[in-house]
Design a protein around this ligand. Structure first.
Ligand SMILES: Nc1nc2c(c(=O)[nH]1)N[C@H]1C(S)=C(S)[C@@H](COP(=O)(O)OP(=O)(O)OC[C@H]3O[C@@H](n4cnc5c(=O)[nH]c(N)nc54)[C@H](O)[C@@H]3O)O[C@H]1N2
Ligand SMILES: Nc1nc2c(c(=O)[nH]1)N[C@H]1C(S)=C(S)[C@@H](COP(=O)(O)OP(=O)(O)OC[C@H]3O[C@@H](n4cnc5c(=O)[nH]c(N)nc54)[C@H](O)[C@@H]3O)O[C@H]1N2
Ligand code: SF4
Ligand SMILES: [Mo]
Length: 742
């Protein structure tokens, strides 16, 4: 089987532990114990000063760009972090957050040593030794196991604080103790992943560096000016070469300000706009009949739907976009070739998000713009993630008790990461009594923040492993300090570009910080000290060796390297075709692009990309409250550090002048935003970048502030996601509130 197919199939389920295990098995992964550990710290002296060293590091945040970095260290102190000029996507530059790394690494607010808070939530933290902290934790785990007869009362919640490959250690440690409970799914992108899977068999974007070749680009519900900054370079290059840039977003974003055409759409109605465009394209005979005939399944049914149910007037009324604008957009897209669609993840965080992505994909099929340079329907890929996942791939000890699967085997108990608070509290027999939170901040990032608080309160023990005392740590009993990526080795790839970067250790761990992997070993050691054989995970190791163990022949040949140490000289790019689906061999059941999907139908979804109505505001809470991703933070990271707090000291609520006037709110007033779940108080910024019926703030964790963007957000599922990630996505933006001046 061609390697690309293998990886696509194997790695569709990124970030779900169960599926990563599957992936490594499918990749036929044999641990590449190359023995080539060479010097742990590559030395490349750029200048005459022998005390200055540079290291290749990689920004491990959950970010499209996954930048290659050069860390400059003088006398053991991190002095400077730049973009790696040899990384073909990063091209020597970072984002505003990336340039704060020295400041962040040496922030006085970092957790310096293990601490215990008593009582929980009091802020009364006491320093303890690693040995004391691990003894408390291991004792609790053994106690729960004894009381309940299994490890199911212990729950792991881990996500995207760090996407480095060896950060999957704690999964392995807990597995090595027995079947436990674990949060499954992802809030990022699951509805869109499923949508593209129904349409094409899987998701696979073009090489994003290819975007420079388009002549007409629709950026549909993405904000790369903030969230994928390097892509902006390529967008501007395409524009300089004559391409027309369109942005479709309810908010006039920084990206929109660079566009030739901006379309302000009513949130969650994108499917209606795409269908209106499709109707116009068909009526004007601009569809690609040869492509439809040869490569598409279900065209007659879809055409019948378009002609019977869809009108431009309906599309205009539903979306709030004038008919003339729909026509301009449809004709621009269908007559300028090649034309490219890029769908962001923000857009699919709605109850009809997956269905809307399917309707937009359909435009590419309709116009034959799939498998074309400068064309396509870009969303995401996972084709470069074929690692061994060695750190996490440990089986439970024989005889471990878990939950029974359909085929009678034992397994971990999973709960939906996107409805964590409710599901973790609902579990009985046995209940969850202990949380292990790592690279995750449910205290600020999960919906229904008040319910998250209750969930934490219902535990006998909460352990948080982090760099900072964030909102989750505030509710924990024990915090453990972990290293930053400058302090521990790792390897990183992206879900957007095709590059892989080594992450060399640049400085020694700060204070008493340990890497997640070292914590995993130390916990295993303590478990065995207290009860021999209670954890089969290694109790010590060499971090560099564990990085080497993640590689296999498949990864090496995909990236054209023989040894991972070669990455110390330069990042490597995967040898994937620049244009996805060039062979038009779709991996759907019919082998064609499926406008009609029996699989979607079997999963209780509409078989075709027909319109599914958006969630309407209830009379009591008539204002939509959108909370997309911030410029100065990456979720709850970066914004909290003093440097960023100076740049951007407080969150603001963007309100349209009409709505502000109706509520007697003027610029700078404090506003209470509330619904049945809770409230947030924010300073008003009156601006026309938002529509009159929608208010906007950006998710982030501000130091010493009660601001929590998720106080009013309900855990409403998106329509898709289960197929690939185990659970549906979440409708963060289907959030309705009332506002008043305080
Ligand atoms: N600076 C920064 N960069 C980041 C992140 C961050 O927090 N900060 N987060 C990273 C992560 S984890 C992710 S998942 C990605 C997310 O990357 P994006 O998808 O680009 O980010 P979002 O800000 O969630 O959403 C993008 C846009 O979608 C719009 N949107 C919301 N609903 C609709 C709709 O119904 N229709 C349309 N047309 N548009 C809509 C929002 O107004 C927003 O402008 O970014 C990554 N990069
Ligand atoms: N209202 C609203 N809520 C949202 C969203 C939205 O658009 N609106 N977006 C959602 C999306 S798309 C996402 S991806 C999630 C993100 O949710 P999370 O994955 O929780 O995101 P982060 O805040 O990036 O990271 C969590 C923590 O990881 C820590 N961390 C960083 N590196 C390491 C490490 O090496 N080890 C350990 N142990 N910890 C580390 C950070 O300090 C941080 O406290 O938020 C979701 N929440
Ligand atoms: S946050 Fe994203 S753009 Fe910024 S340095 Fe990290 S990977 Fe690069
Ligand atoms: Mo995300």
């Amino acid at each position: 089987m061609p390697m690309r197919d293998l990886f696509e199939r194997a790695l569709g389920h990124q970030f779900t532990r169960r599926n990563l295990l599957k992936a490594s098995a499918a990749a036929g992964a044999v641990a590449a114990l190359s023995g080539c550990t060479s010097e742990p710290e590559a030395f490349r002296s750029p200048a005459a000063d022998p005390n200055v060293k540079t290291f290749r590091t990689a920004c491990p945040r959950n970010c499209y760009d996954t930048c290659g970095q050069i860390a400059t260290v003088q006398d053991g102190v991190l002095r400077k972090v730049d973009g790696d000029p040899l990384h073909g996507y990063t091209r020597g530059r970072l984002c505003v957050k990336g340039y704060t790394y020295v400041n962040r690494t040496y922030s006085p607010d970092r957790i310096k040593y293990p601490m215990v808070q008593s009582p929980r939530g009091s802020g009364n933290w006491k320093r303890v030794s690693w040995d004391e902290a691990l003894t408390m934790i291991a004792t609790k785990i053994l106690d729960l196991k004894k009381r309940y007869g299994s490890l199911l009362p212990v729950c792991l919640n881990k996500y995207s604080g760090n996407f480095g490959i060896v950060h999957y250690g704690i999964d392995g440690t807990l597995a090595s103790m027995g079947y436990h409970t674990t949060a499954l799914g992802t809030p990022c992108w699951p509805a869109g992943l499923d949508a593209q899977t129904y349409d094409m068999g899987t998701f696979m974007n073009h090489d994003p560096e290819e975007m420079v070749n388009t002549k007409y680009l629709i950026i549909w519900g993405a904000n790369p000016a903030w969230c994928a900054v390097h892509q902006m370079d390529m967008i501007m290059e395409a524009k300089a070469k004559g391409a027309k840039i369109v942005v479709i977003d309810p908010i006039h974003t920084a990206t929109a300000s660079k566009a030739d055409l901006y379309i302000q759409i009513k949130p969650s109605t994108d499917g209606a706009l795409a269908l209106g465009m499709a109707r116009w394209i068909v009526e004007n005979n601009l569809h690609d009949k040869a492509f439809l005939e040869k490569h598409v399944h279900g065209w007659p049914e879809f055409e019948a739907y378009l002609l019977k149910e869809v009108t431009l007037e309906w599309a205009s009324k539903t979306t709030g976009v004038p008919v003339e604008a729909i026509v301009e957009l449809a004709s621009g897209y269908a007559t300028t070739k090649p034309s490219m669609l890029w769908m962001g993840y923000g857009m699919q965080r709605h109850i009809n998000g997956g269905q809307n992505i399917r309707a937009i994909d359909a435009l590419a099929a309709l116009t034959g713009q799939i498998g074309v340079s400068g064309g396509g329907a870009q969303y995401a890929h996972l084709a470069t993630w074929g690692f061994n996942y060695h750190a996490m791939s440990f089986a439970p000890p024989a005889g471990s008790v878990g939950v029974k699967t359909a085929d009678g085997k034992q397994a971990n108990r999973t709960i939906n990461m996107n409805n964590f608070a409710a599901e973790v509290q609902a579990l009985k027999d046995p209940p969850v009594k202990m949380l292990w939170i790592a690279a995750r901040n449910p205290g600020s990032q999960d919906p229904d923040a008040n319910d998250i608080k209750k969930a934490f309160e219902s535990m006998e023990m909460v352990v948080v492993v982090d760099h900072f005392l964030n909102k989750s740590a505030e509710m924990a009993d024990i915090v453990l300090p972990c290293t930053t990526h400058f302090e521990s080795p790792d390897v990183n790839v992206a879900y957007w570009h095709y590059w892989m970067s080594i992450n060399e250790r640049a400085i020694q761990p700060m204070f008493e910080a340990k890497s997640d992997l070292q914590i995993s070993w130390a916990l295993s050691k303590k478990m065995n000290e207290l009860q021999q054989g209670s954890c089969t995970y290694p109790t010590e190791g060499d971090e560099e060796e564990w990085v080497a163990k993640e590689f296999n022949e498949g990864i090496y040949s995909l990236f054209g390297i023989k040894d991972y140490n070669e990455l110390r000289k330069a990042p490597a790019k995967a040898k994937l075709p620049a244009v996805s689906w060039a062979d038009r061999k779709f991996t759907t059941p019919s082998g064609k692009y499926e406008l009609y999907s029996d699989r979607a139908k079997a999963n209780g979804l509409p078989p075709m990309p027909t319109y599914v109505q958006e969630l309407k505001a209830p009379a009591e809470f008539p204002i939509r409250f959108m909370t997309p991703h911030p410029q100065h933070g990456l979720h709850s990271q970066f914004q909290n550090i003093p440097y960023m707090m100076q740049t951007n000291p407080e969150p603001l609520l963007e309100i349209h002048p009409k709505l502000a006037e109706a509520r007697g709110i003027t610029d700078g007033d404090m506003v209470r935003v509330f619904n049945k779940l809770g409230e947030v108080r924010l300073r008003a910024r009156i601006t026309r970048v938002v529509p009159p019926d929608t208010v906007v703030t950006y998710e982030a964790w501000y130091k010493d502030s009660p601001f929590n963007v998720n106080n009013t957000v309900a855990a409403i599922p998106a329509d898709m996601g289960k197929l690939y990630t185990g659970n549906n996505g979440i409708s963060f933006h289907d959030n309705f509130v009332q506002i008043e001046r305080v």
